[in-house]
Design a protein around this ligand. Structure first.
Ligand code: 5AD
Ligand code: SF4
Length: 478
């Protein structure tokens, strides 16, 4: 970590920074707890980079952290309540540390912070600073203010400046330590306003990063040893970042350009909206070998009445036709989706339309949720809410069907030889775990030197949630 501590403000209780090297504050520790989606994982990594430049090192235990940050997610039910109960535990921890003469600064970041704002400081006075997803690059200023004794700092505006410009470039060394796969945010925010969703309110309007910045970040990642990048965005295929010609480029074009980077072997992206699946992106699935044959394309429901009430801007039929076009371009593509059951007004007939759509598509995997009202979203004001026990029963039926499809898909891989990128150690000794092109986890007995390598693996068994295989080379040698 570069020592730039001469520019670092002190935390409360520490001496003010001095120009004399021996007085510089060193070795402060930060504990970041990340909730929710990959975007939050990426954001936490960038916060860690900012703090790394301020001589903070990460710790796995909040007990020895001078700074604790909760990077929150608002999408799941009772998200805010869970954060408040975590803050209750942190209050006790802060008191314990104070008895030992140690100060602890507590920050809440992410979408719950954005949604709660001032309210968070009122309900949980233990919190020193609250900042939304567009304000991470201001962490140094927040800490400076906290060091001056300011409390109750709240930053939840959507500032116009580009936070990406101000965040330090992804740290090569850290990325290496994290492995051979990395997330890369290319787009943020959403203008779709599905009536159940908080994202347009917490993450704000759509914004796409310029292609040149994304390319530079991808090259840095590859130089650090990364072989697979997942392009992230709340509505990633609405990407329209400025290209080399000064015009907006589509995600399909971005993927095509990134595929030219030598050493980058695999490209993925998530999460997409059916309305933004344009021809260029569909064609890229057929033409760009490095673009993996896996697509998470949430449909939410199979009933046109519910899709309309959700403001999804597509029908079941238009979604099915879209899947047809995508499969024409890349016949083996594995499809994934999100579903919501029990949306206000959903009848048994509407729910059965969802089951029918699932049967028609055949998903490789999927996520499904019971509808739960999010304060401030249009659907939360609907009077006809579906009873909880009906939601529970529908979710169980949908998940049974989706699990069956996942089993079928995994079993269909048995006997095939698939390239696997090993990115984790297995639980059993001598075992490595990697991802297939279809994003399945594949467990293989393999020597450690295969870690980080893309290796042909013969699939021996397709389980419910993962595959087992053997190195194709070792089988050939037998
Ligand atoms: N209730 C249930 N599920 C929701 N999701 C988003 N908002 C809600 C809500 N209010 C689900 C959607 C989305 C996924 C990330 O979370 O399926 O695609
Ligand atoms: Fe939320 Fe996705 Fe709809 Fe945007 S497109 S409002 S992120 S569900």
């Amino acid at each position: 970590m570069p020592d730039r501590s001469d520019t670092v403000p002190a935390l409360p209780g520490e001496a003010a920074p001095s120009s004399r090297p021996q007085d510089r504050p060193k070795d402060r520790k930060v504990f970041i707890k990340t909730y929710g989606c990959q975007m939050n994982v990426y954001d936490s990594e960038r916060m860690s980079d900012v703090l790394g430049d301020m001589a903070f090192s990460e710790t796995e235990t909040p007990e020895d952290a001078d700074l604790v940050i909760l990077n929150t997610c608002h999408i799941r039910e009772k998200a805010a309540e869970k954060v408040y109960s975590e803050l209750g535990r942190l209050r006790l921890l802060k008191e314990e540390r104070a008895k030992a003469g140690k100060e602890t600064v507590i920050g809440v970041a992410g979408c719950v912070a954005q949604a709660e704002g001032e309210e968070m400081i009122r309900r949980a006075p233990v919190v020193d600073m609250v900042f939304g997803p567009q304000a991470y690059h201001r962490l140094p200023q927040f800490l400076e203010k906290a060091a001056r004794g300011e409390r109750g700092l709240v930053e939840t505006d959507f500032p116009v400046e580009d936070k990406f410009d101000e965040l330090p470039a992804a740290k090569a060394q850290k990325t290496l330590a994290r492995g051979k796969t990395a997330f890369l945010t290319v787009q943020e925010g959403c203008d779709k306003f599905c009536t159940f969703c908080v994202v347009p309110y917490t993450r704000g309007a759509e914004y796409s990063r310029p292609v040149s910045r994304i390319e530079a970040e991808a090259r840095r990642l590859v130089d650090a040893g990364v072989r697979e990048v997942t392009l992230l965005g709340q509505n990633v295929n609405a990407f329209h970042g400025e290209g080399a010609d000064g015009k907006p480029w589509s995600l399909g074009r971005l993927v095509t350009v990134l595929a030219d980077i030598e050493g980058l072997e695999r490209i993925r992206y998530t999460t997409s909206h059916p309305r933004d699946m344009d021809d260029e992106l569909i064609q890229a699935h057929g033409a760009v070998e490095k673009l993996m044959p896996y697509l998470h394309l949430p449909v939410q429901s199979g009933s046109d009445k519910i899709l309309e009430a959700m403001n999804r801007q597509h029908t079941a039929e238009s979604y099915l036709r879209l899947i047809e076009r995508i499969r024409k371009s890349r016949p083996d593509i594995a499809l994934s989706s999100d579903f919501i059951v029990g949306f206000p007004g959903e009848t048994e007939e509407d729910f059965e339309a969802t089951l029918a759509l699932v049967r028609e598509v055949g998903y490789a995997q999927a996520y499904s949720f019971k509808y739960s009202p999010r304060p401030g979203t249009p659907a939360s004001n609907e009077e006809v809410q579906v009873p909880e026990e009906v939601k529970t029963e529908r979710l169980a039926r949908l998940q049974a069907l989706l699990n069956e499809q996942q089993n079928v898909f995994n079993a269909s891989c048995e006997g095939r030889t698939l390239p696997v990128l090993f990115d984790r150690k297995g639980r059993k000794p001598g075992q490595l775990v990697g991802r297939s092109p279809y994003l399945q986890s594949v467990h293989v007995e393999a020597p450690e030197e295969f870690f980080g390598q893309l290796v042909p693996v013969k699939i021996l068994r397709g389980g419910a949630n993962s595959l087992e295989g053997a190195l194709a080379a070792s089988l050939a040698a037998e």
